[in-house]
Design a protein around this ligand. Structure first.
Ligand code: CTP
Length: 404
């Protein structure tokens, strides 16, 4: 059970190429984000990049010498050939921003500066993050060059759309540093769940009373989002069925948004045939209004009554279709944690249940940490106390992997 958030990249090396586009101003933040993952970062800058960021900034943030010259005037004390030692040292090459000119160079296999020469010489995966004016990006030659790179196995993180520094609106923005770091992390992590198809439900459900009001619960989707990110990073194919949330799910997952327990049941049923693992992290409402009023209900007497009827129990409904799939449930409890969770696990036919305490500020809904216990029919699998949801997500997946 060796996964912790970031721990898997400790000791890995990224050679980070910065080329000369205005988005190079984001390069120091990318370098910082990579360092925060425990990665050893070696920056290589093209001459054009020097107009936008100084080597001093990159050296300070990476803690390593910055490489610029193919033929440096002063040689280091070792007899290493720079472009070969960079090429061999890299576990991953990142180019962000990658200009149209540099992409063209890579597509043609040119090697007339240190960065292009090192990339030609490396056997490591290369992630290219294009950034340029929208018309340069959409120009057929740039698109053909990007296609050629993709066909040769380069990874390309597509630019985002919005206001560009040149004044145009459109595609061509370098994704935010956090997004680039996230992509690097996914590419460099061990894909121990490769080929595994995981369905994760997440967030609350909302049961509408009238166009203005609804019944819901305090779930924010944070635990679900942590599970989605962890499973994607480890190479699983992830589908998410989510109630209304404000959290962002990892960009590699396929998301189906639902509102009510009934809609969640239908969406889960639709996906179930194509998954190996189901993790029901959603906090499904147990009751829904018996009738929905299409008109806003007006204030009346001092007391009001809403007749409620129970929602379908999703896990109980799909139990007959479980077959060899691994089913994981969650139990949010204020008291009798183990007893209630144990009972739910048996009642719902689960392989595992994650019981977490709710009602404390540092556990359960809306919190970044959780406390509780993971149970299987054989007994207690894992106790956790104030554990980050990212780390807990990896622990849950470690235990799921043992059951596959
Ligand atoms: N669950 C479900 N369908 C529901 C309610 C819950 O599939 N209608 C799932 C949840 O996603 C969770 C597990 O069942 O994985 C336990 O949810 P919980 O709300 O704790 O259990 P309930 O059976 O609703 O029991 P109670 O609310 O009485 O604690």
């Amino acid at each position: 059970m060796g996964h912790t958030a970031g721990e898997d990249l400790e000791g890995k090396t990224v050679v980070y190429g910065v080329t000369g586009g205005i988005a190079a101003y984001k390069a120091p933040l990318v370098a910082r984000g990579l360092k925060a993952l425990g990665v050893d970062v070696h920056a290589v800058m093209t001459h054009a990049a020097l107009h936008f960021v100084t080597p001093l900034v990159m050296r300070t943030l990476t803690g390593n010498e910055v490489h610029v010259e193919m033929f440096p005037e002063t040689m280091g004390s070792s007899f290493e050939i720079d472009h070969i030692s960079l090429a061999d040292r890299a576990d991953l090459f990142l180019v962000a921003p990658a200009t149209a000119d540099f992409i063209a160079k890579l597509a043609c296999g040119m090697a007339d500066d240190l960065l292009s020469c090192s990339i030609l010489a490396t056997r490591a995966p290369v992630l290219v993050c294009p950034s340029m004016n929208v018309n340069m990006l959409q120009n057929r030659v740039t698109q053909e060059n990007l296609d050629r790179l993709k066909q040769r196995g380069f990874h390309v993180l597509e630019p985002t759309t919005g206001e560009l520094a040149c004044g145009w609106e459109g595609a061509g923005r370098l994704p935010e540093p956090g997004r680039i770091v996230q992509e690097v992390r996914m590419l460099m992590s061990e894909h121990d769940l490769s080929g595994i198809r995981v369905l994760i439900t997440s967030g609350p459900t909302c049961e509408d009373i009238d166009p203005v009001r609804f019944i819901t619960n305090r779930s924010t989707g944070k635990m679900g989002a942590a599970l989605v990110e962890a499973a994607c990073i480890r190479g699983a194919r992830v589908k998410v069925v989510s109630g209304p949330v404000a959290v962002d799910y990892a960009p590699w997952a396929e998301i189906t948004s639902v509102r009510s327990a009934r809609e969640m049941l239908d969406a889960v049923k639709d996906c179930l045939g194509e998954v190996d693992v189901l993790i029901m992290a959603a906090a499904v409402a147990d009751y829904t209004p018996h009738t929905y009023s299409t008109r806003k209900i007006k204030k009346g007497e001092k007391t009001a009554h809403i007749e409620l009827t129970s929602t379908p129990d999703i896990l109980a409904t799909i139990r007959p279709f479980k077959e060899s799939k691994v089913f994981v449930g969650f139990a949010a409890e204020t008291d009798n944690l183990k007893t209630y969770a144990q009972d739910k696990m048996v009642r719902k036919g689960l392989d595992m249940i994650v019981a977490n305490r709710v009602g404390d500020a540092d556990s359960g809904f809306a919190s970044d940490t959780n406390s509780g216990v993971i149970l299987s029919p054989e007994g207690v699998m894992y106790d956790f106390e104030n554990m980050g949801k990212d780390l807990l997500a990896h622990r849950i997946l470690d235990l799921v992997k043992e059951r596959l």
